[in-house]
Ligand binder design. Structure first.
Ligand SMILES: [Zn+2]
Length: 512
């Protein structure tokens, strides 16, 4: 089975920050989780590089637009490699492959009779690079995102007959189970989109006159393709749509487009309408995540509260940054983050809970059994119900992965850690050792088992750390190759023979 997952392509007028990292880490965790399930995964990310804003930004830096895009796009790739993001494709809208796909798709739209020319006058936000409807403006009659008055602007542009697809879209978006239906999540967002769709659709402009940094329309090279339309096509251009590439046949349609809530309309209405017009299959699911504020304020360069991936990694390390990005609040909701909240969560979940469980377990195996892994025959462990309880909790996460409920998955992992820590508290191994209680090795063996199971679920979020824990408790195989889909018991774990010893205890998460 294949699994095609995408992040949005990120606009290069901004350098990578925690907002971009948020979506990308989530996509990486899902990609890794599906790879563990032996699916043929293609995980796409990339950069969006055309438009007037990019031209201005390049001019300010004394660079050509291409030089400017090359340098910012490279910063995104560097950020993702520093966060251990394992993407399978990185698309740039300035790639010749992408530009060819845009021309081909626009030609198809035109041939389908869905493109026409019209003079248009409206209120245009230069920062957004789009016309705004009266209903889009805030109380000061400004663009709500840029707090700037839009300018009156008139142009003769090409339009796409979006209105033609209203009924079809309503049908396909209302019922994800229908053939060709699209699932939009969370449910609240789907209802918003459906509500807006029911009000009616207006045709949209898909070109700009005389914009130099863009892709010329295939049927009129005095106009360039509107950046939003250009950007959406990346999801198929990256698969070699134009080249008749095998990748397109293998991976399209997308199984999941992960997007921010601000661009859900483009993805759930405009993109599917374009695909319908061209006779291309529609994506299966679109999930819109929420936004976060930092210390209750919108993240902005002016306020100076932007958090970069490098800053996160410097404070917490790579894997803890990945964990914390998804731990603080539900993926589909809005939330607030702060350095204090991140640090507190780091200390509670990682230093005190998971890290401490590993180090105390290994220390006890060292102290009481000279690091030799205890052996307990199957069916003869009185603590097996505790291990089973951990399995049951972890198995509940399977559905949560499908629903993108990352913060709840991490809570479940913590619950499993709590079960192990309770086992330590209630059995008091230090007393058992004094009393030479023969059940001591069974307690320690159970703790190693629970740690092993937790590690399997931790892997998509903390790949390197999970592999370290896996090795520390004596597991031999590569953790990435373990398939969690059949988890019913502890059979996925293989402990070394009693002669082999575990290494010394290590501190994975020093307290901050
Ligand atoms: Zn704006």
């Amino acid at each position: 089975m294949k699994y095609y997952i995408t992040t949005p392509i990120y606009y290069v007028n901004d350098v990578p920050h925690i907002g971009h990292a948020y979506t990308t880490i989530a996509a990486d965790a899902l990609a890794r989780w599906n790879k563990m399930h032996k699916k043929d995964v293609f995980f796409l990310t990339g950069t969006d590089e055309h438009g007037a804003k990019i031209m201005q930004a390049a001019q300010k830096k004394g660079q050509s637009p291409k030089e400017f895009c090359d340098s910012v796009s490279a910063q995104f790739r560097d950020a993702w490699s520093s966060l251990d993001i394992e993407y399978d494709g990185f698309i740039r809208t300035t790639d010749p492959l992408h530009e060819a796909a845009v021309r081909q798709l626009l030609t198809k739209l035109n041939e389908a009779g869905d493109i026409y020319k019209k003079k248009y006058e409206g209120m245009y936000c230069v920062q957004c690079e789009k016309f705004l409807m009266p209903g889009d403006l805030n109380e000061d009659l400004c663009c709500p995102d840029h707090k700037q008055k839009p300018v009156t602007h008139s142009e003769e542009n090409y339009f796409f007959r979006l209105s033609k697809y209203q009924d079809k879209l309503l049908e396909l978006l209302s019922d994800p189970a229908k053939a060709g239906g699209i699932g939009i999540y969370p449910d609240g967002r789907r209802n918003e989109i459906l509500g807006k769709l029911k009000l009616g659709l207006e045709d949209i402009s898909i070109s700009r006159a005389k914009l130099e940094w863009g892709i010329p329309l295939p049927f009129d090279n005095t106009q360039t393709v509107y950046v939003w339309v250009d950007a959406l096509i990346n999801y198929i251009s990256a698969l070699g749509y134009t080249a008749g590439d095998k990748k397109f046949k293998t991976y399209w349609p997308a199984d999941l487009h992960l997007v921010g809530k601000d661009i859900l309309w483009f993805h759930s209405v405009i993109w599917p309408a374009m695909l319908l017009s061209c006779g291309i299959e529609l994506p299966r699911r679109i999930f819109a995540h929420g936004f976060f504020t930092i210390d209750k304020q919108k993240m902005s360069k002016t306020i100076g509260n932007v958090i970069s991936p490098a800053q996160l990694i410097e404070r917490f390390g790579v894997d803890a940054s990945r964990y914390l990005a998804l731990a603080l609040f539900p993926f589909g909701a809005d939330g607030d983050i702060s350095w204090d909240a991140l640090t507190e969560r780091y200390n509670i979940d990682l230093a005190n809970n998971i890290g401490n469980l590993l180090s105390r377990t290994i220390t006890m195996v060292g102290k009481y059994f000279t690091f030799e892994v205890p052996r307990v025959e199957a069916g003869k462990n009185p603590y097996a119900p505790k291990v089973q309880a951990a399995i049951d909790v972890l198995r509940e996460t399977n559905e949560l992965f499908t629903a993108c409920e990352f913060s709840r998955i991490l809570e479940k992992i913590q619950e499993a850690v709590d079960i192990a820590n309770e086992l330590v508290e209630t059995t008091a191994p230090w007393k058992m050792a004094k009393e030479k209680n023969p059940d001591l090795e069974k307690v320690l063996f159970s703790l190693l088992q629970i740690l092993g199971l937790i590690t399997v679920y931790l892997y998509p979020f903390m790949p390197k750390t999970a592999q370290k824990i896996w090795q520390a408790i004596g597991q031999k195989d590569k953790l990435a190759g373990v398939d969690p889909s059949g988890l019913k018991d502890v059979s996925m774990l293989t402990f070394p023979s009693a002669k082999e010893k575990l290494g010394p205890s290590q501190i994975l998460f020093p307290r901050i």
